[in-house]
Design a protein around this ligand. Sequence first.
Ligand SMILES: [Ca+2]
Length: 78
Amino acid sequence: MRGRIVVRGALPGLVGDVNCSDGVNAIDATLVLQLVAGLLDYLSCQQNADTNLDGTVNAIDAAIILQFVAGLLDTLPP
Ligand SMILES: [Ca+2]
């Protein structure tokens, strides 16, 4: 589309919502694991994947999402 610049990943989003669904659930954890395993090249809202804000996306972030979904964590980031 001419004359239009779309910048994805620059807007702040809901931490843990890696598929831009406006919610955080086990699907987000699954997507993070698929990214880490190399099954996916990127996530729709990958900027929300670093749930512990340590600068990397790994299985720990998926575990944190699941802990949040299970009610073990009150907030994301924890
Ligand atoms: Ca992280």
